[in-house]
Structure formats: structure tokens, C-alpha cells
Design a protein around this ligand. Structure first.
Ligand code: S3P
Length: 169
């Protein structure tokens, strides 16, 4: 059985949309780590951040990465902060090949202009926050990634590029 196909990248890079498409086209199971945590906690990510704090959420992310490392042949989309931590990367890569979806800060801001579901971006200086976070995180995303994909194009095109690589492994 092949390794899990893992998607990583910044908020708004299309991980969930592209993950769904990939799973459908490849006939694989799809797991979204944010949805998984929300279901287990019985509340949204925003409420988890509000009521239990970001550190609690980060701890849950590590548990999920460990749990998911026992899966095989699944498409896993991670949260934008998941693969910034070495322990999470180590767990997810045990049985997964990681694709980084690369996008510019301008694209993030356009795609998420009406979004209210990302607690880290609910602030007045959203543009500055996106630019700072993206430049801090990019080196770490690159460290985690086995393949870096330009994700500025349509989800369908990005999906095809990833499938080409994954199918050749
Ligand atoms: C986060 C990204 C979110 C979610 C949480 C924190 C981050 O996931 O996990 O709001 O730290 O970048 P998406 O990347 O799916 O938006």
C-alpha cells in the first residue's frame, strides 16, 4: 500500500479543496486534520482557540498526527500551523509524502478576504499578519515538504500536478 498523500501550506492555499479532489480522483480516503479535531472536540476551531487556547489546539494537532501516522493510502490535509512543529512532521512523515501548496500573501488575502473562521487572522492588521506569518513559516514548510507545488492555479490543475507526482512514486 502506498504512503499517505499529505498536503501542507498556509491558510487559504487550498489544502482542503484540493485534498477532496485528490481523494475523489485517486479513490482514497480523505482526512482533514482540522475537521478531525473539530469532530473530536465537538466545537469549531475558533471556539477551541477561544475557550481552550492555541496551545491546547497545538497539542491536539500532535495527537492527531500520531494517530494518522498509522493510516495507509489516505489523503491527509493538515492545518496551516500543523507541520511547523518537528514532532508533527516526524509523525506524519512516518507513513506520508508531503506536498507543499505554495501561494503568495496577495493570494491568501484575496482568497480569505471574507473569512471569519481563522482565529489567527481575525485582526485589524490582517495584511501585516499574513505577510509576517507567511515569511516566518515558509522556511519551515519547505523543510517539511517532499515536493513543492505552485498552488496559484485552479484546484483542478494543482490536483493534476500532484497526481502526476504521486502516481509516479
Ligand atoms: C491555522 C490554520 C487553520 C487552523 C487554525 C490554525 C494556522 O487551518 O488549523 O486556524 O496556524 O495556520 P487552515 O490552514 O486549514 O486554514
Amino acid at each position: 500500500m502506498k504512503k499517505n498523500l499529505v498536503l501542507c501550506g498556509f491558510m487559504g492555499s487550498g489544502k482542503s479543496t484540493i485534498g477532496h479532489l485528490l481523494a475523489e480522483k485517486l479513490g482514497m480516503r480523505f482526512v482533514d486534520t482540522d475537521t478531525y479535531i473539530e469532530e473530536k472536540e465537538g466545537m469549531t476551531i475558533s471556539r477551541i482557540f477561544e475557550e481552550k487556547g492555541e496551545e491546547y489546539f497545538r497539542m491536539r494537532e500532535l495527537e492527531v498526527c500520531k494517530e494518522l501516522s498509522s493510516l495507509k493510502g489516505s489523503v491527509i490535509s493538515t492545518g496551516g500551523g500543523t507541520l511547523l512543529r518537528e514532532k508533527n512532521v516526524k509523525a506524519i512523515k512516518k507513513n506520508g509524502v508531503v506536498f507543499l501548496l505554495n501561494i503568495s500573501s496577495g493570494t491568501v488575502l484575496t482568497r480569505l478576504r471574507n473569512d471569519t473562521s481563522r482565529p489567527l487572522l481575525q485582526r485589524e492588521d490582517r495584511e501585516k499578519a499574513v505577510k509576517t506569518l507567511l515569511s516566518q513559516r515558509t522556511p519551515l514548510y519547505n523543510l517539511a515538504a517532499d515536493y513543492v507545488i505552485d498552488a496559484e492555479e485552479s484546484p483542478r490543475k494543482v490536483c493534476l500536478k500532484i497526481m502526476d507526482i504521486y502516481n509516479s512514486l
